[in-house]
Every structure is written in C-alpha cells, then in structure tokens.
Design a protein around this ligand. Structure first.
Ligand SMILES: Nc1ncnc2c1ncn2[C@@H]1O[C@H](COP(=O)(O)OP(=O)(O)O)[C@@H](O)[C@H]1O
Ligand SMILES: [Mg+2]
Length: 351
C-alpha cells in the first residue's frame, strides 16, 4: 500500500464512484484549494466549532499548547480541514502522518523527537496505528517523554528522551477501535456529524465562488439534497455538474441542468448510488428484508465487508433504510418502498 492510500484510508473504491466519501488521488489538489482556512470559514458543525473555539482561545490566553484533540466521524466531513485550521489558529507548525504509515515505534519516536514546542502533530486514521507505537504515543502525550529501547532481549535498556510539549490532533473514522488508554489521553473529542442540507448548500455556494462556477440557488439545493450529508461529496457533485453543464448546456447550473447531471451519474433522489441500491436490493429480494449478517450481505453484492460497513451502511442507516440489529442487518419499511417491492405479508415485523 502506498502513502496516498494510507492518508485517505480508502477501503478500495475507485474515483468513478461519485458518491464515495473518500478522496480520489486526482482530487487532492482541488480539495486542498477548497479547504476552509479558519473556524469562521468552516461551515456547519456549530457545536464542534464553538467548543473547539473555546479550547483554542483559552490555550492561547494561557500561552500553552491546548489539550490533545481527537476528531471523530465519517470520511469527508472536514476532519483534515479542521486539523489544519487548529494549527493555523494557534500559529503552530503542523506535521502530518497517518496511523498505517507508523509501522514501528521507532518511526514515531523519531518523529516526536524532532517536534518543537507548540507544534501540532496530526495523525490521520489514528485507529490504525501499530500497537507498540500506540503505547509509545500515549506516554508521549501524557508525560512528553519517549522511552527509546536500545538493544534486544535481557540486555535491552530503555533510555528516556524528552519531547517538546506538543498538541496531538488525531482523526478517526472508527473511534470505537481506539484503545481506552489512548482515547483517555485526548482532552477534547470532537464528534463530527453529517451536515444538514442547508449547510451543504452553503458549502456548495462557497466552493462555486472559489471555482468560478455559476450556480442557481435551487441547483445548489438539489446537489445538497443528494450529497449524503457530506461536504466532500457535495464538492464533487458540483464539479461533475459543472462538467456536464459545459458540454451539454450553457455552463450555468440551473435546477434542470443539475438534475440532468445527477441522473447521468446514476445518483437517485435520495443520494443513493449503485452500491447502496444493490445493498438494499439484496437485503429485500434475496434475504426477504433480513436479518442477515454483514459478511453475507457483502458477499451478495460482491463488495468488501469494510466497504459495505463504512461506505454504504452509515448513510443507509441515517437515511432510515437499513437497521443494524444484534441479529444482523434489516431493511426498513422505507427501503422496501424505495426500491418499489411490495411489502411482505408479515410486514408488521418491519421497522
Ligand atoms: N465544514 C466545511 N466547510 C466547507 N468545506 C468543507 C467543510 N468540511 C469539509 N469541507 C470540504 O470537504 C473536503 C473534505 O474535507 P476533509 O477535511 O478532507 O474531510 P475528512 O478529513 O473528514 O475526510 C475538503 O476539500 C473541504 O473543502
Ligand atoms: Mg481526512
């Protein structure tokens, strides 16, 4: 696996998947140019913004680095953007790495030992860090010290090294996979949630301005509604609609042009793409609505379990089409209705 994949944590979807919440390789540059640069420019997530603002302002008032910060939430909601905003707000340098890139404790020790006081260390996908490195990390977070082990076996000795007081900013799509000791050492945890349609409309309006795209308000609303609560997807659909408008219309993104563009990319009224519909379809038609285990379901749609779990399901759950139960996945009444299959005779059992 290359470093790029490490940084995005993409479980294997390709750039053709227009509603993947992960960034495609060729999207990195445009994403960087669209990143909000300050908390003020950051749209939505009101509570996180307010709490984080207090954490940062009070640290600045004390002239001390703030507590370590964990950013938790699904891909594409602005975690990386926030990490850079935090560093910029503090006037600090930021060092960027990712959990999977830190294979050995020594890699991390080397990185920590070069930090200057007040630096921000951003570890993306922090739940994927190797265990020995994780243990070293939480000592560093608490005591600003690393124990470098020299030698092997009974003769090995640990040499303590001081680390300059720094702020760790960790990002994770799976906070449940963090060990207790690591989670406990974050003084502030920001739980990011999917965005409301109105917030996505603001994201789209802002991006359109930056990219010099002409879009009408109801066009922006249509794209927002189909963006699965995710700014990254909203920005991507905006660019795809722009492409469509340039070759099939006059370049202006009216409601009609946006609708036609979204149809071309096979994104339905609810923002479901092909994989989402396949999952719902298999649940209803092959498994009579479930319950069925996620690995069986993944097999039925020919996808990796991780992709079904992390890409399709969070949105399907949020859209009220799928329920996760201890006995397995269940299609809700709304799911049967969405794909137009008559409800089963024992429909009373449905959610
Ligand atoms: N609150 C926001 N306001 C404006 N744009 C946003 C916001 N959150 C995310 N974005 C846009 O979405 C893209 C993905 O955000 P990113 O920070 O990389 O998400 P994550 O790290 O959570 O996957 C960025 O290019 C950024 O332009
Ligand atoms: Mg990110």
């Amino acid at each position: 696996m290359g470093t790029d994949e490490h940084l995005t944590g993409d479980p294997g979807r390709t750039s053709e998947e227009v509603v993947s919440p992960y960034a495609a390789v060729d999207e990195r540059d445009v994403e960087t140019s669209l990143r909000p640069k300050s908390l003020k420019e950051f749209v939505g997530q009101g509570r996180v913004r307010e709490q984080l603002g207090v954490v940062l302002d009070s640290a600045k008032a004390r002239r001390q680095p703030p507590d370590h910060i964990l950013l938790s939430g699904p891909p594409g909601l602005g975690k990386t953007s926030l990490a850079f905003i935090i560093a910029a707000d503090l006037g600090a340098s930021i060092r960027v790495t990712s959990g999977p890139a830190i294979e050995r404790a020594g890699d991390l020790a080397a990185m920590l030992s070069t930090l200057d006081e007040g630096d921000v260390l951003f570890i993306d996908e922090i739940h994927r860090i190797a265990r020995p490195a994780e243990e070293l990390l939480y000592v560093a977070m608490e005591d600003f010290r690393v124990d470098v082990v020299v030698g092997k076996g009974p003769g090995a000795t640990a040499i303590p090294l001081d680390v300059a007081p720094f702020t760790l900013v960790g990002a994770t799509t799976r906070s449940g996979l963090l060990t207790g000791p690591l989670r406990d050492r974050f003084g502030f945890v920001a739980h990011m949630d999917f965005y409301a349609d109105a917030e996505l409309e603001s994201v789209i309006a802002r991006s359109a301005r930056l990219l010099d795209i002409e879009i009408e308000p109801d066009g922006a609303a249509e794209i927002a509604r189909r963006s699965r609560g995710t700014p990254r997807i909203a920005n991507r659909l905006l660019r795809r609609a722009r492409d469509f408008a340039q070759v099939r219309a006059d370049g202006r993104l009216s409601l009609e042009v946006c609708r036609a563009a979204l149809d071309v990319y096979d994104i339905d009224e609810m923002g479901l793409d092909r994989l989402d519909r396949m999952v719902i379809d298999a649940l209803v038609r092959q498994f009579n609505g479930g319950p069925v285990g996620v690995s069986t379901l993944a097999l039925a749609v020919g996808e990796e379990v991780q992709t079904v779990e992390e890409v399709a399901e969070p949105f399907l759950v949020r859209a009220g089409l799928l329920a996760r139960t201890p006995r397995g996945r269940i299609a809700t009444r709304a799911a049967w209705e969405h794909i137009g299959v008559p409800l089963p005779h024992d429909e009373a059992r449905l959610f």
